[in-house]
Design a protein around this ligand. Structure first.
Ligand code: FAD
Length: 503
């Protein structure tokens, strides 16, 4: 998988792997922004917990994003008012505004060197036909008392028809921020384990056992800070969200650009941000919004478009990243099972997890410490009512369609060229074949062990991605992200086991 510029330029510290059985009060799975932020807040009240990460700190979406810290989440407030009413929309805004302040407080208190700065955020359109949508969103700002400025011009060297500026938002380099959080935890002797994937969890009378690196972690309580829970206890959260992927690039630029973070409401989506970091000043370019595993016709088009607008000196990296979106636009933070305080989750951050992870950290901490929070109901994973039913049915019809489509894709007869991945039928079964630069072939069973959809090849990251629930695997078959907890078997190792519980 391609590494993000943020991961590349950060000197990440090393942590032990899980090598022995461990007993702990609380196990936090996942060392992204959510797991580490929860750890930060929890460590103020207790010390008997550990964080276990499948890869390295920030290996997930947290280390691969656009670096924006904002309460301006695209064109959201009009939609929230329509779906949930004024009070909920206002509460959503307040929660994110508070999250920005909390992040700033943490950074200042602990002097975390992560290029944090306050700046403005803008949503905009370049199309006359979309101006009314900007006006509706601006009306929502007025109705909710959100500070915003309606704009028709700006200093960015790209045209604008209309937009809304939100003042006093922020940006940071997320991986440096996460390393800062991890350092605070290490100073308090809170154990962090990396390269330690939890592959399954079982419930016992007196708690849970999580299996990791062929060892057992005994815990009274488990938090899955894994973007989507893989231990689902038949709650089927994967069917309540849909995966969405983008490509990102970081480029050195010649010109002075304003600090504004901008995102359009048009199709195709474009998103820009600038970050000054150790290695100079970057323009972060976001584009190619697709459902995970849907190939882009022109994967480089978003960088080419940026090249027409800005003087890009050199492109440091191009990578993809993904997040889950909920049908009602509100994240899912709280109990996995309705009445069980011992299993908690945080999911579906709708690509705005830099602030949502802070909300999740505080909220999950409140659950664990038996405290109240005014945001518990707002983000309650069990809040679903009939208004989401249509989207729910549509999404699951899409997944069923992707499942069936993936079975009828025309496999290729010919083996791939260098750096190419293809689906080839061997013994009437679809295998993914990738040829690397040394002319080595890697052949893996690409039927996803989570639910049985057939994965497709991701040209940018050279990964096999599942079109149904967005599990991702390297071309050698290793899991990059769940909800799957089983790797792809190599040819000769037998077929992948499909999760029998879900089927
Ligand atoms: C293209 C893109 C751009 C974005 N830009 C922004 C932005 O500018 N601003 C913003 O606010 N948000 C943005 N986001 C969203 C934000 O990045 C995510 O919502 C947020 O990072 C999620 O944090 P997390 O900690 O919950 O998940 P992650 O960062 O994905 O962390 C989960 C961790 O859990 C680990 N894990 C998973 N399964 C296991 C297991 N079985 N055992 C052990 N460990 C496991 C993973 O390896 C991973 O490190 C963007 C998202 C995308 C896709």
């Amino acid at each position: 998988m391609q590494t993000s510029t943020w991961i590349k330029e950060t000197k990440l510290k090393t942590y032990p792997h899980v090598e022995n059985d461990i007993h702990t009060n609380t196990l936090i799975i996942g060392a992204g922004l959510t797991g580490l932020t929860l750890g930060y807040y929890l460590s103020k009240a207790m010390s008997d917990f550990i964080i276990v990460e499948a890869d390295h700190i920030g290996a997930g979406a947290s280390g691969r994003n656009t670096c924006k810290i904002t309460a301006q989440h695209g064109r959201i407030y009009q939609d929230l008012i329509q779906k949930h009413g004024y009070d909920t929309a206002k509460k959503y805004y307040t929660a994110h505004k508070e999250a920005m302040d909390s992040i700033e407080e943490i950074i200042k208190e602990h002097a975390i060197d992560c290029s944090f700065m306050r700046c403005d955020s803008c949503i905009f359109t370049q199309e006359e036909t979309n101006i009314s949508q900007i006006q509706d969103e601006y009306q929502a700002y007025l109705d909710l008392g959100i500070e915003g400025e309606y704009i028709q011009e700006w200093e960015y060297p790209i045209p604008i028809a209309a937009g809304i500026r939100m003042h006093h938002q922020a940006k940071f380099q997320p991986v440096k921020y996460m390393q800062g959080l991890a350092d605070i935890l290490s100073e308090k002797n809170i154990p962090i384990y990396t390269h330690s994937p939890v592959t399954s969890i079982i419930q016992k009378e007196d708690g849970y056992i999580a299996f990791c690196n062929h060892r057992k972690i005994y815990a009274n309580r488990i938090v899955q800070a894994t973007q989507l829970p893989f231990y689902d206890r038949h709650q089927f959260f994967f069917s309540r969200v849909h995966p969405s992927q983008n490509s990102l690039a970081a480029a050195h630029i010649q010109e002075e650009l304003p600090e504004d973070m901008i995102i359009n409401i048009d199709d195709p989506l474009i998103s820009y941000n600038t970050i000054s970091s150790t290695q100079g000043r970057w323009l972060v370019i976001g584009g190619n919004e697709t459902r995970t595993a849907k190939a882009c016709d022109k994967p480089d088009a978003f960088v080419m478009d940026a090249q027409k607008q800005f003087h890009l000196q050199s492109i440091d990296a191009v990578w993809t990243s993904q997040d889950y979106q909920s049908f009602d636009r509100l994240p899912l933070i709280g109990r996995l099972q309705k009445h069980n305080n011992h299993l908690l989750i945080a999911a579906a951050f709708n690509k705005w997890g830099n602030t949502t992870s802070n909300i999740a950290g505080k909220l999950l901490c409140a659950y664990l410490l038996h405290q109240e929070s005014q945001y518990m109901d707002l983000f309650d994973p069990h809040r679903f009512t009939s208004i989401f039913a249509l989207d729910f049915v549509k999404e699951n019809a899409t997944i069923a369609y992707e499942f069936i489509k993936s079975k009828f894709k025309d496999p290729d007869d010919e083996y791939p060229m260098i750096n190419q991945g293809k689906v080839i039928m061997i013994d009437d079964h679809p295998y993914g074949v990738y040829r690397d630069e040394q002319d080595e072939l890697y052949i893996v069973d690409i039927v996803c062990p989570h639910l049985g959809c057939t994965c497709t090849f991701n040209e940018t990251d050279k990964t096999w991605d599942c079109p149904c629930h967005a599990s991702r695997y390297s071309y050698t078959g290793e899991i990059i992200k769940g909800p799957s907890t089983h790797k792809l078997n190599a040819y000769g190792e037998g077929l992948n086991p499909i999760d029998p519980h879900i089927l």
